[in-house]
Design a protein. Structure first.
Length: 277
C-alpha cells in the first residue's frame, strides 16, 4: 500500500465568526464526498488564525492510500475535491458547496511517504490553477505554530527568542602570590573579563564549567580574544624595537668618541694692519 500525505490550502475565503471551511473529495481519506463521515470528518476541517486569515489550511496532512500495483506505469494519481463553508454553527441548515465551479482536480506524484501542499487561490473560482509543492515534516510543524499555541514551542522558527549567555558570577579568583610570575598590575577584579577570556590572565576557579559556543564552532569569543591579544603584542614589540633604536642613537650621541674638540675662531685682520705689515 502506497501512502501519500496531502495538505490542502485555500488562500482566500471570507468567513464570518463561527463559520468554518471543509475540504471533501472522492478518495476515502477525503470522505468519499461525505463531509460528515465519522472516520474523516475531524481530519477534513481546515483551520485559520490571525497571521493566516483569510487563508484556511489543514493543520495536518491527509494520508491517501493507493494500491501498491507494481505493474502500473502511472507516476501520478488524480485527486478530485471541493471546498465547503460550514455555517451550521450560525443556524444554517446545510453546507455551502462551491457550486459555481466544477470539481477541482489535481495530479500528485505517486511517491510513498511523500508530503505535498495543494494550494488553491480563491473560494468559488478556478481561474488560477492549484499549486503543488513538496514539503517536509518540520515545515508542517512550523505551519501548525501559526494557529495552534500548543505547537508554537515545537517550531524552530518561532522558538528562537533572544540569545542569552549564562554567566558564572560565583567565581573564586586566586590572588597573585610572591611565587606567581604575574604582577599586581595583571590582576583584574572583574570576573566577566575572564568569563569571555578577553583580558584577565589569572586562573579562575569556577563552580561549574559553562560552554558558550559549540565545540565545533570555528569562531568563538576565545579565538577573537586571542587574535586581539596577538595584535596588541605585535604593537608592543614594534614599540620596543623603536625604543631600542632611540636608545642606541642616544648612546652614540653621548659617547666620548663622539665629542668633537672646539675649533679656534678665525682671526679677523684689520686692513690697517695689512698695510703696516
Amino acid at each position: 500500500m502506497v501512502k501519500v500525505g496531502v495538505i490542502f490550502e485555500l488562500r482566500c475565503v471570507r468567513t464570518l465568526p463561527g463559520e468554518s471551511v471543509i475540504v471533501c473529495g472522492d478518495a476515502p481519506a477525503l470522505g468519499a464526498w461525505n463531509p460528515d463521515a465519522e472516520s474523516t470528518a475531524s481530519s477534513l476541517e481546515m483551520r485559520t488564525g490571525a497571521p493566516l486569515y483569510p487563508r484556511w489550511t489543514l493543520p495536518r496532512p491527509v494520508w491517501i492510500e493507493l494500491p501498491d500495483n507494481s505493474c502500473t506505469t502511472d507516476m501520478e494519481f488524480t485527486i478530485v475535491y471541493k471546498y465547503l463553508r460550514d455555517r451550521r454553527a450560525l443556524g444554517a441548515s446545510d453546507l455551502e458547496w462551491e457550486d459555481a465551479i466544477p470539481n477541482r482536480r489535481i495530479n500528485i506524484p505517486r511517491e510513498d511517504g511523500s508530503l505535498w501542499i495543494v494550494s488553491d487561490g480563491v473560494w468559488g473560482s478556478d481561474k488560477e490553477p492549484a499549486r503543488v509543492t513538496r514539503t517536509q515534516a518540520r515545515e508542517v510543524i512550523s505551519r501548525l505554530s501559526n494557529f495552534d499555541a500548543e505547537w508554537a514551542c515545537l517550531s524552530p522558527a518561532r522558538n528562537r527568542g533572544p540569545t542569552v549567555f549564562e554567566m558564572t558570577p560565583h567565581c573564586v579568583i586566586e590572588m597573585p602570590t610572591q611565587e606567581d610570575s604575574s604582577s599586581e598590575e595583571d590582576f583584574d577584579h572583574y570576573a566577566i573579563e575572564d568569563e569571555f577570556g578577553a583580558l584577565s590572565r589569572l586562573p579562575v576557579k569556577r563552580a561549574r564549567s559553562v560552554s558558550f559556543f559549540p565545540e565545533q564552532s570555528p569562531v568563538s569569543w576565545y579565538s577573537c580574544a586571542d587574535l586581539e591579544l596577538q595584535c596588541t603584542q605585535a604593537l608592543v614589540d614594534e614599540l620596543a624595537r623603536e625604543n631600542e633604536a632611540l636608545r642606541q642613537k642616544l648612546k652614540l650621541l653621548t659617547s666620548p668618541n663622539s665629542v668633537k674638540e672646539p675649533q679656534e675662531e678665525p682671526q679677523v685682520v684689520d686692513d690697517e694692519e695689512l698695510i703696516l705689515g
